[in-house]
Write a protein that binds this ligand. Structure first.
Ligand code: AMP
Length: 217
């Protein structure tokens, strides 16, 4: 089984992906994580991507698809079950993923769409805090740490993603509506799209996703 976890920024794709890949032994592919790794490594792709990401825009389809291919091709021999988190994000990327599935002989993915209202997303993203040491995630509004700015798990310093500022968040949501939301129509027409209300807590959302998988795959 291959799965695309789709939804606006802040809909919980990363959190749900981590749980799903363990439960179903899938290989997690996050283009956002891969781009952030390229930025840390200061690779030519990372240098180009950094500016685009900090503006809240999408990285060019060719660049992000080449990156995706370079990650999944070598992993293909060890797995036939991928969870795509943050790709595809444009209709063009849907077609690129179709091509990759064909080339790599992968079953076309089912798509789970995490629906969250915009007001909730704004609070989730602008309040998101990440430990610079252990990567634990908190939220200044919904899940504050005991001591402000200090990780509850390892006492490391909390950081913010550069693209979680209020201005960039609003731009990411605008980009989502104009460029990413049309992906839903494409998958909807193919009959592989499942939309769930992802406003409640992570446990509730996880139960909804696993129910869809168990009932359909
Ligand atoms: P994410 O961690 O998935 O929210 O991604 C962070 C940022 O990386 C996005 O706001 C985009 O700028 C970029 N990005 C990640 N995945 C893609 C993609 N499939 N296509 C274009 N840009 C992407």
């Amino acid at each position: 089984m291959n799965l695309v976890l789709f939804g606006p920024p802040g809909s919980g794709k990363g959190t749900q992906s981590e749980r799903l890949v363990h439960h179903y032994s899938m290989t997690h592919i996050s283009t956002g994580d891969a781009l952030r790794a390229a930025i840390r490594a200061r690779s030519p792709l990372g240098i180009k991507a950094q500016e685009v990401i900090s503006r809240g825009e999408l990285v060019d389809d060719d660049m992000v698809t080449d990156l995706l291919e370079s990650i999944i091709a070598p992993k293909r021999k060890d797995t036939d079950s991928f969870l795509f988190d943050g790709y595809p994000r444009t209709v063009e990327q849907v077609h690129r993923l179709d091509g990759l599935c064909e080339t790599l002989n992968l079953v076309p993915p089912a798509v789970i769409n995490l629906h969250v209202p915009e007001e909730t997303i704004l609070l989730r993203l602008t309040g998101r805090r990440i430990c610079g040491h252990c990567g634990a995630t908190f939220n200044a509004y919904f899940r504050p740490t005991r001591v402000a700015g200090v990780c509850d798990v390892c006492s490391g310093p909390l950081t913010k993603r550069v693209d979680d500022s209020p201005e960039t968040t609003r731009e990411r949501l605008r980009v989502y509506s104009s460029q990413s939301a049309p992906v839903l129509d494409t998958y909807g027409e193919r009959g592989v799209l499942y939309t769930i209300d992802a406003t409640a807590g992570a446990d509730d959302v996880y139960r909804k996703i696993t129910r869809i998988i168990e009932e359909n795959y």
